[in-house]
Design a protein around this ligand. Structure first.
Ligand SMILES: [Zn+2]
Ligand SMILES: [Zn+2]
Length: 381
């Protein structure tokens, strides 16, 4: 018997840039799994870490590839169609009412969770201690086919455009972060307009925030934000010396407060991880305001400028965010992407839909800050 083969984008060696299109075997499914023919897959910031072979992803890549005795198929944000269903498949995404059929248009949760640990049993699957992420810990979605446990599969509306269906996983991250505190009628400031920051802006606007301000250094991203409908974009300026940085922080805080009016914004979404932006997010919100902490810092340590005054006396709430609630955020994202106005805004964040063979150029443009979200088309794979 010959094994069917497929094209895939694999990490093939322990060095930067070692991603290639290679032939792989079409995966065989276990009884509880389904086989999905991939329609499109989106490129995530973490795929860029893989592309550059950053320290943060090395242990996972070495383990998943058996020290590069074989390549690892990357990719974890995608959509496709069911082509095979295992004999023991009963439920999808924990919902026994949803029946799965050949030809169904689906997306998937990227975290394959154990369903056995304390967190899983307590309804906190997003912090499962045994989770395996596709494209990191096991073969991913940058390929013609992917096998996945049916419990990870999310059934899409048939008419959902494929490029929107492919970005629901990161949209879930943004949803979990941005909608943690109520947004309706609130004045919101977003620090950092990477794809998740941009998605958060879409969510804030669609959820009825009365005013959205963003702080960003890239002109390219600022322009996309304006097209989405962000009310004010404050351009960050480069600052190096401690004095320059202090002056720049003071300038940005003043502008953020002025843009929001009253005493400052109600909610700050810190999506950049830059220490000055973290400081600004804490100092610029109004007394009693709320801060969502999402961006990861480069250095482990972070120092508050004036902890007692800025956090305690001002009575602010800081919430750290990881992943997305499974499956709660998938339902929220479905409600969002069903709205034509949201689709219109999300399309502006997706700046390119490329044939999968052109992934390298796309990733290089993302690294250079010359692209928003990029979707790879696998229709011809
Ligand atoms: Zn991702
Ligand atoms: Zn678990």
């Amino acid at each position: 018997m010959t094994t069917a083969t497929m094209p895939s984008i694999q990490v093939v060696a322990p060095k930067a840039g070692a991603m290639e299109v290679r032939t792989a075997s079409v995966p065989r499914i276990a009884p509880h799994e389904v086989l999905i023919k991939v329609r499109a897959a989106a490129v995530c910031g973490s795929d860029l870490h893989i592309f550059q072979y950053d320290e943060s992803v090395r242990p996972k890549l070495l383990r998943a590839s058996d020290n590069f005795q074989r390549g690892l198929i990357a990719g974890h944000e995608f959509c496709g169609h069911i082509v095979e269903i295992g004999s023991e498949v009963k439920t999808i995404m924990g919902d026994p009412k949803v029946k799965l059929e050949i030809g169904d248009f689906v997306s998937a949760e990227s975290h394959v969770v154990c369903e056995k640990c304390y967190q899983c049993l307590a309804g906190e699957k997003h912090v499962c201690v045994n989770d395996k992420i596709i494209g990191f810990d096991r073969d991913g979605a940058f390929a013609s086919y992917i096998a996945l446990p049916s419990s990870c599969v999310w059934k899409n509306d048939k008419d959902l455009p494929f490029e929107i269906a492919a970005i629901q996983e990161p949209l879930g991250n943004a949803m979990h972060a941005a909608a943690h505190f109520p947004l309706k009628g609130q004045r919101v400031v977003i620090f950092g307009l990477g794809p998740i920051g941009m998605f958060s802006a879409v969510i804030a606007l669609m959820h009825g925030a009365s005013q959205v301000t963003a702080v960003e250094v890239s002109e390219y991203r600022a322009n996309i934000a304006k097209e989405i409908g962000v009310h004010n974009v404050i351009m960050g300026k480069p600052a190096k010396t401690p004095q320059e940085r202090a002056d720049e922080r003071a300038r940005v805080q003043k502008l953020v407060r002025e843009a929001a009016g009253h005493d400052g914004p109600d909610v700050a979404l810190e999506m950049s991880g830059h220490p000055d932006a973290i400081t600004n997010s804490v100092k610029a919100v109004r007394r009693g305001g709320k801060v969502v902490a999402f961006g990861l810092t480069k250095d482990a340590a972070f120092t508050f400028e004036d902890y007692s005054k800025d956090v305690i006396f001002n009575g602010i709430t800081i919430q750290g965010i990881i992943g997305r609630r499974i499956y709660e955020t998938w339902y929220k994202v479905r409600d969002l992407v069903r709205q034509p106005e949201a689709q219109k805004k999300l399309r502006k964040v997706i700046t390119e839909v490329l044939p999968y063979t052109e992934f390298r150029g796309g990733m290089e443009r993302m690294l250079a800050g010359k692209a928003g979200k990029i979707v790879l088309d696998f229709a011809k794979a």
